[in-house]
Design a binder for this molecule. Sequence first.
Ligand code: SF4
Ligand code: SF4
Length: 778
Amino acid sequence: MDKKLGVYICTGCGIVEALDIEKLEKKVPPKIKIRKTHPIVCSPEGVGLIKEDIASEGVNTVVIAACSRRVLYDVFDFGPAIVERVNLREGVIWSHKPQDPDAEEPDEFIQEMAEDYLRMGLAEAERILPAEPYQPEEPIDKRIMVLGGGVTGLSAALDVAKAGYEATVIEKAAKVGGFAAKLRKQTPSSYPYEDLQEPVIEQIIKEAQAHPRVEIRTGIEVARIAGAPGLFDVTFKEPGSKSKWDIPAPVEEVEGAEAPPQPPMADKATPEDPANILAKDPEAERFGAIILATGWKAWELPKETEAPKEGEEPEAKEPSYDHLGLEKLANVVTNVALEEMAAQGKILRPSDGKPATSVAFVQCPGQGSDEDFPYAAAITSTVALKQAKYVREDGGPDARAYIFYQHMRTLGQNEYFYKSAQQDEGIFLTKGDVVSVSENGDGTLVLEANDTLLGENIKVSVDMVVLGTGMVPTTKDDPVLNLAYRQGPGFLDLDLFDGYPDSNFICFPYETRRTGIYVAGCVRRAMSIQECREDAAGTALKAIQCIESANRGVSVHPRSGDMTFPDFFFQRCTQCKRCTEECPFGALDDDEKGTPLPNQTRCRRCGTCMGACPERIVNFADYSIDSIGSMVKAMDVPEEDEKPRVLVLACENDAYPAFDMVGIKGLSYSPFVRIIPVRCLGSMNVVWIKDALSKGIDGILLIGCKFGDDYQCHFIKGSELASIRMDKIGEALLSLALEKERVKQVEIAIDEYDKIPGIIKEFMDTIEEVGPNPFKGF
Ligand code: SF4
Ligand code: SF4
C-alpha cells in the first residue's frame, strides 16, 4: 500500500498549556507534508479538516495526536483510511505533573514523552495495513440449534424466532419441558414477590410448538459437532446409542502387563478414526450457531470410596453427609425429590404415606462446617422458602416448616419473598449447624442443630427432612457437544470451573471457550426460571450476532466487528504446533504434518498465536510483530541518562484503560515509562522483549489481567500464557548476562488504576538498583 500520512495534533484539553507544540510538530519527518494543529480536533471543524485532506490530498493514513484511542473512536473513524491515535492527553499531560509547577516552559520530561509517543505512533502508522474482512469459503448458515428443550432452550428458540431467525430445538427426552414441567409452583417473578406462581412452562411449550420458525425434535441427541460458526456440521443419534463418532475411552494400564493400545489423538488419527476432526460427515446437518441449554442434573450423594491399598496415597477425603441420613432414613429426601412429590399431589412421608405436617429443610451439611451442599446457590435458598410454603399449603394451620441454613441468599426482589416467609408464623428460619438427623422409632425424625440464632442448641421432631442439595451442570464430566475439535470433545479445563462451560465469569456470561456456542440457564449457573428466560434472550442475541458477524467476515467477540484476522506465512512454518496448542479458543486445527489450519469464524483475534509463534509468521493487518516492534524501536533511549527507560506492554482490555484512568483521576507516574497497548498479553512475542533489551531499554513491565481461578483475561488464558513465556525470558536474560529483574509481569484489574503509580514506582526503583542496561549505546 502506498501510504500518504496526515498528522493532526490537537491543542485542546490542556495539551497546548503543557507541551511545546511547535517543537512537537518538528518531530514529524519532513517527508510527511500534511501536518496540522487544531484547537479541538474532535470538533466538526477538526474532523472536517481531516475529511477534506482525505478527499482532496489523498491522505490514507491519519495520525491523530490527541486523546486516548479508547475514546471518540467513532468520531475518528475515517474508514477506509487507517487511523492511528497518539495518546497525548490521558497518557502524557493528564498523568504527569511538571517538576516545577510555576515554570513557564513546558516540562522537559513530559515534552520528551509526547515526542516519543508521536514517533512511536508514526512508526506504527507506517507499518499497519487497512483491515479487510475475511471471506468465508462457503455460505454462512443462519439456522440456530438449541440443545435442550427445557424452559431455557424453548425460551431461547422463541427469542431467536421472534427476531426473524430459525431455531431447531434438540431434546434428548421424549417430551420437552425439562424440570420446569415437574414443578408444582414457581417462585414469584412479579410484585409483590410474595406469592407462589403457576409454572409458565406450559405456555412456553405451546408458544414454541406453534411458532412457524421453531422446529422441535425430541428423542435425539448430538453425536458430533464439527466445523465453525456459520458452518457447524451436526450429526445426531438416538439417545444413548452408539455412533461412529464415539471415541473409545482410554484403556487403563495394568501393572506388569504390556501397555494396551490407546485411542488415537486427534492429530494422529487416520481418516477412518472417530478422532479424525477433519473428517466430513455426509449425514451431518448444518447450523450457524449453537445455544447450549441442557440444564442441570441433581447432585448425588458421593459413593463411598474404596480404602487405599497398602502403599497407596489416600484420596482427598470427601466431606461426610452420613449424619444427615440421606439414603439411610426413608423420610430424608432431597429438594428435587420433594418437588416431584409436591407436583404430584400432597407432601407425604415416604415411610408410610402419611401427610407430612412438619418438615425441616437443611441447607448446609453442618457438623461444624460453614459450607453449603456442593453446587448449591442462591436458588437453593429460594427453593427452600418455596417448599416451606408448600408444607404450609398442604398441612393446614398447624403445619410447620423449619429452615436451617448457614447462608440464606435471596437476591434482588427475592428479599420480599424471604420476608413473606419470615412473617409466616408456621415457618421458622434460623442459622444453625445441623449435627445429626435420627429416627425415633415411629418414623418421625429428630434433627439436632447447634449454634442457632436462638443462642442455643435445639432439637426438633419432624415428619420429614429435606436436604437443599445443588444443581450440577450437565457439562460436568460429560462433553455433551462431542466437538470435533483438536482441543477435545468438550470444554477444556472444566474441572477448574466445577464443570461449568465458562469463558469469563465476570464480563461475558454467555460465551464459552468455543466461539459460536453460547450457554444459557442452569448449565451456566444455578438459577431461577425467570433468570433462565433472561439468559435465553441473551444467548439468542449472541447467537444471532455471531451468525451475522461470521457472514460479514468480522470478529464476533470480544473484539466485535474487528475485520482483521491472523494471517499465516506458511512457507516459513516449522509445524511446531505452538499456535494450535496455545489458541485459547480451539480456532486452529492442524493437518497430519502439524501445519495449522485456521478456522477464521472461530477466531477471536486475540493474537495468542502471534505471540506463540517462534518463527514470527502470524500477523494481523493492523497488529503485527513488525508494527509493535517498530514502536519499540522508535522509542528514544538516551545513551547518557541517569534515569532508566522502561517499556510497558499493557493489555488493552484492563491495563491500558487503567492507565487512562490514572490520567483521568489526576494521579501520576514516572515520565520515563512508555506504554504500548497490546491486544492481550498472550499476543506478546518474546522478540519484542529481546528487541527492547538489545536497544538498551532498562526494564520491561508486562501488565495484564489476573489469571488463576478468578481469572479475568478476556481471552481466558492469555495473561497466564505470558507468565509461562516469562519463565523462558528469564533464562534468556541470564544467558545474556542480564538480570532477570529487568522483565516483570504484573496482574491488574480495570478498577485497580490507583495501584498503577505504586507499581511503576516499585519497578523503577528495582531497575535503578539493578543499574543501566549494558546494551545501551550498542
Ligand atoms: S490464538 Fe487468538 S487470534 Fe490466534 S487463531 Fe486463536 S483465537 Fe484467533
Ligand atoms: S507457531 Fe508458527 S511455526 Fe509453529 S506451527 Fe504455528 S505458525 Fe507454524
